[in-house]
Design a protein around this ligand. Structure first.
Ligand code: BGC
Length: 758
């Protein structure tokens, strides 16, 4: 029985929602992403079984992750007539996901041209126990006696944005397992898919001409239910040296276990995931479901199986944005994992260590030292972002953009992520295992990027782009300068920590990186880096040098100047570039990250000033305004921004195109932002190196928020009502933790419960 508070579903079929539902109902297990499409769809239904760890580039096009021949393909034919929601008469239809168990379900009653009725029920999941397995249970009932053909196997009519990427090598059948071998065109990665099936009925089997599909023919009796279970296994030569053997073995093993057992294990793992990460909201059912959905998204795309991959900006919902990893991961998703599943957080950060050489190559390509991380990072860490990354909607011509060249804050975001992880977990080994090298190389990069202005006796960061991408190549972007200073401080702290705690390692690292002079350099730069300050009269922090001289106009006025709804407002001659309208939270993001360094007056003045001027052209923006608004006790505003963020993949209000570029898909940064709004914003949690602080401001509707946190290996259960805060410290750890509740310090250790009224 599915619990209603965990179900997201559509109760009819609407052709115009094919693309949107493909995102909304997607499944993932970190290794595979599978879009929420109907089993009978091919390319036209934007079906995609994405393998995010395997990228491929077709000459002259963008490199992107591969979509595999679709192993979940299934189409019924009734007396020879194909049944599809796209072409058949539908008497009833339902599609949804149960986010508690990460299962996709559909039910359709088709009516054939001769008036016969066939009910099709399917559920499917991507195993979270063994990420190389996808499972499906399908049953059908005919109202009248009919000849049914079930077409299954691998549909290789694949949807690609920049393909085709795969060459079919062979199709084979071993011990009733259908095996498909493909190879990527660029790097020759071999991918094997296998399909094993189990039926509770007799059938005659045929194969199609290409051999990739098989057809099972059944003389179905009226009213009888026929059940089929399918097990698909996927391995590539990047995973192991014998992917074919692995596929065959996995298929035959799971066939023995059967669907129910596999489902039970999968569901138990999801139960454990929710146990660690669910956030319960009492008094607001809609927000509860949207928040759970956001958490579901994060949990289903997180790499549990490897520390060599991270989470792309569009999750595992397809090939948009080249399947690339952006700052979205460290700044918007990592906080959730730091607090609920530090092992995954560590995997995400180790990915940056494994791609450090790519970041070094990028720095040296531009003539800098150290590590300049890719704006769009794939498997090697080389930048997938092109110099002409957006096409002009009017001319169709590629536009020169400077995301790749000038968003230097990416290296600071990576360092910020490592330090946040360390603050949450106290896991010093992250530095030894590569974190220290990443941090030092990023600090070195910033030193080589900065300009020292002798007349002002300060370092400046000129020719950069901050989070607000509508203003490229600016000087002293406040967000960037503050983040770079933070990087330098972290580098100095890590050097100190290492030299005190791991002297031998420290000495070796300094020699390995030839970092002798750099220590002095980064210390000097840290002392003298220019940080834009709040204006003494207005409290405003100028987003970058000269921002206040730009044309000041309302967002509506700017929009009235648009000639095309998809035109890009930034770039060379975008209409926002000469104005104060910003794409997304910039100064406000910085104020969230460093909220204790600024007074409430400063935060308020800047929030109010920049909010009016923000287009929210990125789904990363609303959560930042929401979080700071909660901190400023602008609770209703905070709530509105939170709702906007939490519903982003449920109502499909996000942009689908920039210029001619398709940017649809899921929005995991916003999903992480929804969690941050609740935990950091409304619940007012701040995590420091030595303490947790709590200062809640709940929205009017909410009677209670209840969530879990892991801090330095200790588990906390935090319950916040309108007037009480209850903290349970779970486990046996004797260590005392300092908790600051509404400005009062208390110590808590495992086994303790503290209740404070406020
Ligand atoms: C945003 C970036 C973001 C990227 C991927 C862009 O629209 O401006 O900040 O990293 O999308 O989500």
């Amino acid at each position: 029985m599915r619990k209603i508070s965990w179900i997201i579903k559509d109760e009819n079929f609407d052709k115009s929602r094919i693309e949107f539902n493909g995102n909304k109902y997607m499944l993932g297990n970190g290794y595979i992403g599978y879009r929420g499409t109907m089993e009978e769809y091919s390319k036209e239904g934007l079906t995609a079984c994405v393998l995010p760890s395997v990228y491929d580039k077709v000459e002259g096009k963008w490199r992107e992750p591969v979509n595999l021949p679709n192993g979940f393909f299934l189409k019924l034919y009734c007396d020879g007539e194909p049944l599809s929601v796209l072409s058949s008469k539908i008497e009833q239809h339902e599609q949804g996901i149960d986010v508690r168990n990460a299962v996709h379900f559909r039910k359709t009653i088709f009516q054939t041209k001769t008036g016969k009725k066939v009910q099709l029920l399917i559920e499917r999941f991507l195993s979270s126990d063994n990420v190389h397995i996808m499972c499906m249970k399908c049953s059908f009932i005919c109202k009248e006696d009919s000849k049914i053909i079930i077409q299954i196997g691998f549909d290789d009519n694949i949807w690609d944005l920049n393909g085709p990427h795969l060459r079919k090598v062979k199709v084979d059948k071993k011990d009733e397992i259908l095996i498909l071998e493909t190879v990527t065109k660029e790097l020759g990665v071999n991918i094997f898919e296998g399909e094993a099936i189990k039926c509770d009925f007799q059938f005659i089997e045929y194969t199609d001409e290409a051999n990739t599909l098989r057809e099972l023919e059944v003389n179905a009796k009226a009213g009888k239910e026929y059940e089929l279970t399918r097990y698909i296994s996927i391995y590539s030569s990047k995973d192991c040296y014998n992917p074919e053997e692995k596929v065959i073995k996995t298929c035959s093993d799971v066939l023995k276990d059967g669907y129910d057992k596999l489902y039970e294990i999968h569901s138990q793992i999801w139960n454990n995931k929710w146990e660690a990460s669910d956030v319960k909201l009492t008094g607001d059912d809609e927000a509860q479901l949207a928040l759970r959905y956001s958490i579901y998204q994060l949990l289903s795309i997180a790499p549990t199986h490897s520390d060599k991959v991270s989470i792309p900006a569009r999750g595992l919902s397809g090939q948009v944005y080249k399947g690339a990893v952006f700052w979205d991961t460290e700044m918007f998703m990592l906080p959730f994992f730091n607090a609920t599943n530090p092992k995954i957080a560590r995997n995400l950060l180790m990915y940056r260590y494994y791609t450090l050489d790519g970041a070094r190559r990028k720095a040296s390509e531009y003539g800098y030292r150290g590590a300049f991380y890719a704006w769009e990072s794939q498997d090697t860490g080389d930048d997938a972002c092109t110099l002409f990354n957006v096409a002009d909607v009017f001319t169709g011509r590629p536009m020169r953009t400077y995301f790749r060249d000038k968003q230097i804050h990416i290296s600071a975001d990576v360092v910020y992520g490592i330090w946040e992880y360390y603050k949450h977990t106290g896991d010093f080994s992250i530095f030894i295992d590569g974190g220290a090298e990443v941090i030092l190389e990023c600090a070195r990069f910033f030193y080589s990027y900065a300009y020292y202005k002798p007349e002002k006796r300060r370092y400046e960061l000129l020719d950069v782009t901050g989070p607000d991408e509508y203003h490229e190549r600016v000087g002293n972007n406040a967000f960037t300068n503050v983040m770079v200073k933070h990087t330098l401080e972290i580098a100095i702290s890590v050097l100190e920590l290492l030299s005190n705690k791991k002297k031998e390692f420290f000495d070796k690292l300094i020699i390995k990186l030839n970092y002798f002079k750099d220590i002095e350099n980064i210390k000097n730069m840290n002392e003298a880096l220019y940080i834009p300050k709040p204006d003494a009269e207005t409290d405003l922090i100028e987003q970058f040098d000269g921002y206040f001289k730009l044309e000041d106009l309302s967002l509506d006025k700017l929009k009235s100047r648009m000639l095309n709804k998809n035109e890009y407002l930034g770039g060379g001659n975008g209409i926002a570039t000469t104005t104060r309208i910003l794409k997304q939270a910039d100064v406000v993001t910085m104020l969230n990250l460093f909220k204790d360094n600024y007074s409430s007056e400063v935060k308020k003045a800047n929030w109010e000033y920049y909010e009016k001027r923000t287009e929210h052209g990125s789904t990363l923006s609303a959560c930042m305004y929401g979080m700071l608004a909660a901190n400023l006790e602008k609770t209703q505003c905070a709530y509105n921004y939170f709702i906007k963020t939490a519903f982003v993949d449920l109502n499909g209000n996000a942009k689908q195109y920039v210029g001619n570029l398709y940017i649809g898909g899921t929005h995991p940064a916003a999903n992480g932002g929804a969690w941050m709004d609740v935990v950091y914003g409304f619940s007012g949690i701040t995590i420091d190196e030595n303490k947790i602080s709590i200062n809640p401001h709940l929205p009017l509707k909410w009677q209670e928020v209840n969530f879990k946190l892991v801090y330095k290996g200790i588990k906390f259960n935090i319950k916040i009502t309108k007037n009480t805060i209850i903290i349970d410290c779970v486990g046996k750890e004797p260590k005392k933790i300092l908790v600051n509740i509404k400005n009062e310090d208390v110590y808590i250790k495992a086994g303790d419960t503290i209740e404070v009224s406020y």
